[in-house]
Design a protein around this ligand. Structure first.
Ligand code: SF4
Length: 189
């Protein structure tokens, strides 16, 4: 039987060169994406491209402030992504609330709810800083230290406790009932 772990360095090399990004722009940092994806910074030369389907994306870019309402979608989207998956947060907002540090409606520590592999500080970070973060992410993927997806599984109870404290237990089901009634109908069939 083949021990696929032996091929991990090769897989990691390929993963770092073909990151597909979940196209889900959460805050002001989303405005940095067009220059990054177009000819000036040209992220495609690193094999990166936006993808509307989380199930086919490796990299989740959180591009700025996160409200509790957005956080629910972020968690659900993150959980839909296949492993291994990576999270990069733009700007001060996801890290500490940034200018909204005392707002009732801004999440101050995104990494309490999902693991964050790379944080790019600044308000808003310039494309050069984002490029720097992407290089860091590629390095981490290659050497196997971009392991937030493993930490999420290993510490799922802790993440879930934080999520439930914010939204109340059973929030996933409530969301599903609210947004996907057809899915609930199918379950009953
Ligand atoms: S860090 Fe600044 S630029 Fe980024 S989302 Fe927050 S307020 Fe906007």
């Amino acid at each position: 039987m083949v021990d696929w772990r032996l091929f991990e360095p090769l897989f990691n090399y390929a993963r770092k060169k073909s990151m597909w990004i979940v196209a889900f722009c959460t805050g002001c940092g989303g405005i940095e994406m067009p220059p990054l994806m177009t000819s000036r910074y040209d992220l495609e030369r690193f094999g990166m491209m936006p993808n509307p389907a989380p199930r086919m994306a490796d990299l989740f870019l959180i591009t700025g402030y996160v409200t509790p309402k957005t956080l629910k979608r972020i968690i659900i989207t993150y959980e839909m992504q296949p492993d291994p998956k990576y999270v990069m947060a733009h700007g001060s907002c996801p890290l500490n609330g940034g200018p909204y540090w005392d707002s009732y409606n801004a999440i101050k520590h995104l990494d309490k709810y999902i693991p964050v592999d790379v944080v790019i500080a600044g308000c808003m970070p310039r494309p050069e800083a984002v490029m720097d973060g992407i290089n860091k992410m590629m390095e981490m993927i290659e050497n196997g230290t971009a392991d937030g997806w493993k930490r999420y599984k290993e510490n799922y109870e802790w993440y879930k406790k934080n999520q439930d404290e914010l939204f109340g237990e059973g929030w996933r089901e409530r969301e599903a009932r609210r947004w996907l009634p057809w899915l609930m109908d199918k379950k009953k069939e």
